[in-house]
Write a protein of this length. Structure first.
Length: 506
């Protein structure tokens, strides 16, 4: 940010804004930029008043209108050029005081004429229409590995510990990416207290807790690999060919990092599991985004939440960003103007722009059950590298699913004739097959014995598969996918009975 801010100040921008919860780090970079361009820095807050950071002189003025009157006199006098930092001014702008807005516009006019500048600093920003074109937003990213390294060195020095070897240090800094300097400092300190050293696993654990507490994205343990998925041969091959595309050699080759993948298909056929397996195949951290949490009730909150998500993902990059059932988040963007004042449409547009223009290696895996609800512009090439369709499993693939599920629950698959079970559950999804086996486990456990094939077959009689409940919708989805999306499973894997494709359960 310092370089961009320096450029803006030299160009004479009178109004700037920095959005960040890291007030101390932001102020340090603003101070450094002011030193570079030889500007006199002042800072205002309702608690401290107006502070001359060079001389330490304090003028009590808790009211922002009173502070702006002081700035009017300050900017009108001859002398050095000034930069005034206004902390938490958004809290006062939320009250929509017309006098405050008018005085800010007047101050910006004076600042522009005399080479001064106002900088608004806070964790959010929603300007009134009168100021939208008067204030320029300065990007302020989360700390990178170099900045986090400075924090780590400070913790080690404070604890009087020797620096870890390079590999351990690199792992710790990688685990801390995506945190603010304060959050990273807390995680490093916790690691020192618990292990008397730096353990990247503790730092990663604290990062997962922090991101989950924020409610926008959460770190998901990617313990699934492509080998855990039955079928989906074409999709797995596609992912395997791109698993090494995030390394330095691929960059030196001139290969751009993959953008993402859209997986559409019938509910319960393994789309979510594939998203988890993608992170395992790529060897990258997995972030899960709930689009419902992005939308907030306060004006400007939804857009700020999306910026925060993008900032976090790019700070952690390279990573996999998983968005489950994405159609539920963006299905209302067309009617947004009449239902939510255009919020959904603006968030959708910002997300599309980021998908198209992003340069950081963030691989987006989005899943959708009803792709017809997604706007057409979301599906075009350039947003995602590819779109795959996942259909119901065929007979051979259902047998593979039975082997995987039986083994998952601690029983040897050889105890059951999975071919017979596969034929008995035609048109079942992977999730339904798992539900049937769990039902059989409950029945057998209540009788104090191991589940038998008869328990499983009896459980099937109590299960009505989704393919029967939603046969019309599934037929329409298959018709839509034909010629529009790639098949996720190889046709050579098709069984002799129904020729349908497979996935694992969600």
């Amino acid at each position: 940010m310092q370089t961009q801010l320096t450029t803006y100040l030299r160009a004479g921008y009178p109004g700037l804004a920095v959005i960040s919860s890291e007030e101390a780090r932001a102020e340090a970079e603003i101070a450094a930029a002011c030193t570079t361009v030889k500007r006199h820095l002042h800072a205002w807050s309702s608690s401290e008043g107006l502070v001359d950071t060079n001389e330490g002189r304090v003028t009590q003025c808790p009211d922002p209108l009173e502070a702006l009157l002081l700035l009017d006199r300050l900017f009108a006098t001859d002398g050095p050029r000034h930069v005034v930092l206004l902390r938490d001014i958004q809290l006062h702008l939320d009250q929509t005081d017309p006098m405050l807005i008018r005085r800010i516009k007047d101050i910006l006019r004076v600042a522009k004429a005399n080479g001064h500048a106002l900088i608004l600093l806070g964790c959010r920003l929603k300007l009134p229409p009168e100021l939208e074109h008067e204030i320029t937003l300065v990007d302020f990213s989360l700390p990178d590995a170099t900045q986090l390294g400075t924090v780590l060195d400070g913790i080690l020095k404070s604890a009087k510990l020797k620096p870890p070897h390079d590999a351990m240090r690199e792992a710790a800094l990688q685990s801390a990416l995506g945190l603010t300097t304060t959050e990273a400092e807390n995680a490093f300190a916790l690691s020192v207290v618990e292990t008397n050293g730096i353990d990247h696993r503790i730092i990663a654990r604290e990062k997962a807790r922090t991101l989950k507490r924020n409610g926008l994205v959460e770190v998901v343990a990617a313990s699934t690999s492509l080998a855990d998925i039955g079928g989906l041969g074409l999709l797995k091959e596609w992912l395997e060919r791109r698993s090494s595309a995030f390394g330095a050699s691929a960059k030196a080759y001139g290969l751009p990092a993959p953008k993402g993948l859209l997986i559409v298909g019938i509910p319960g056929t393994g789309k979510s599991l594939t998203a988890k397996a993608t992170a395992g195949a790529f060897g990258l951290p997995l972030l899960r985004l709930d689009m419902g949490c992005v939308f907030g009730g306060i004006v400007g909150q939804s857009e700020a939440n999306l910026r925060s998500v993008i900032q976090t993902a790019e700070a952690i990059a390279p990573c996999v960003l998983w968005i489950d059932e994405i159609e539920k988040g963006f299905s209302g963007s067309k009617s947004s103007g009449s239902t939510d004042g255009g919020t959904s449409s603006r968030v959708f547009g910002s997300f599309l722009s980021w998908m198209q223009e992003k340069t950081q290696p963030v691989f987006v895996v989005a899943t959708a059950n009803d792709v017809t609800k997604l706007p057409p512009e979301f599906l075009r090439k350039g947003r995602f590298d590819e779109m795959f369709f996942v259909d119901l499993p065929d007979a051979l693939e259902r047998a593979q699913i039975w082997d995987i599920i039986i083994k998952r629950y601690g029983r040897p698959p050889t105890n059951y004739d999975t071919v017979v079970l596969s034929r008995a559950c035609e048109q079942y999804t992977g999730a339904e097959i798992e539900a049937v086996f769990i039902d059989a486990l409950h029945e057998a456990y209540s009788d104090g014995r191991e589940p038998k094939a008869t328990d499983i077959l009896e459980a099937m009689t109590r299960c009505v598969p989704l393919a029967q409940l939603m046969d019309g919708e599934i037929a329409a989805l298959r018709h839509w996918a034909k010629g529009r999306a790639r098949e996720a499973a190889s046709r050579t894997n098709a069984g002799p009975r129904d020729g349908r494709r497979i996935s694992r359960p969600d």
